[in-house]
Design a protein around this ligand. Sequence first.
Ligand code: MG
Length: 389
Amino acid sequence: MSNRSSKFSRRLTDVETNLAPYAAHASQSRGRRIPEPSASYRGAYQRDRDRIIHSTAFRRLVYKTQVFVNHEGDLYRTRLTHSLEVAQIARTVAVALQLNEPLTEAISLAHDLGHTPFGHAGQDALNACMRDFGGFEHNLQSLRVVDELETKYADFAGLNLMFETREGILKHCSRKNARELGDVGERFLKREQPGLEAQLANIADAIAYNNHDVDDGFRAGLISLEQLRRQELFDAAYLEVHSRYPDLEDRRLIYEIIRRMIGTVVTDLIETTRQNLEAAQPGSIDDVRRAGRALVAMSDEVFEQHRSLKQFLHSYLYSHEQKLEMTRKTKAIVSDLFEVFTKDNDLMPEQFAAAARGREEPDRARVIADYIAGMTDRYAIAEHERILS
Ligand code: MG
């Protein structure tokens, strides 16, 4: 081995020696679906993260709805900024727990790649259209994007990611779908857990949206300070900020509260997870998978406050009349598009029209669902106008 390459391999090994035994180690990975030589100066999970960032689906997240449709305002979260906030929170915890940070980041950045335009309204509409053809679920679609739909590489479809990254992207899955997914579906049949990095990205997702939706909902005037103060997590932070800065204007007030709420939940998550790891003593990622329960977790008390805030956002923000009005409009766009593309496959771009041609009905429907799911909000609106007006 030349001097140069031994220096590189030493550096890669050093990344691994900073990891706890229960973290995902590339050297113990179940690998890529199609074996590839390792990169000379990046670890395997760094490479996955980079492939995700360079993907087409990732760039589209900037024009996809998180809660507010993209054209409702420039300051609200989009799927892209949401994914970045998830990654930020998850990486902090990963480092504190000596987990694999690049893997945690890769899963966080990829977790919403399969989302349709218009957020959950778009997904529900597409799922209804696909009722007779196996349904549509954004989480499963995220895996489909990285396994099949990205067309960038000469040697394989998709991004050919490491098993642990794919395992993390597939957060939940029915037993029926799990049977069709091969290796990555197995844990749902065996009722095993994913690695800690996957568990962490999943919780960081919920922490991120709970907090940024308070910010966006308050900014939009759909939820009030009085309503929010009935939430224990919010009110504790409010009282602390208010006693220190009694005259703070709303924008600074809300942000000072949110940073404290994130701090409270994240600190609790790190401490509780440390205790869980201490008690379970997993010696490897396989021990984590067989632990019988998720080890990355909040304490019961903080989890209850977090859950209550989530419930509050469901009742008062996501179900707000103004949001429901938008939900009705955007669902109609998705269903209309599905209907016209079903009647005439050639209304889709040639790549999709060709994929649908001569196929059985369920396969054709899946091609249409892939095309619609890949659309950004504004592209779906433009297509709807082009074809239906
Ligand atoms: Mg998400």
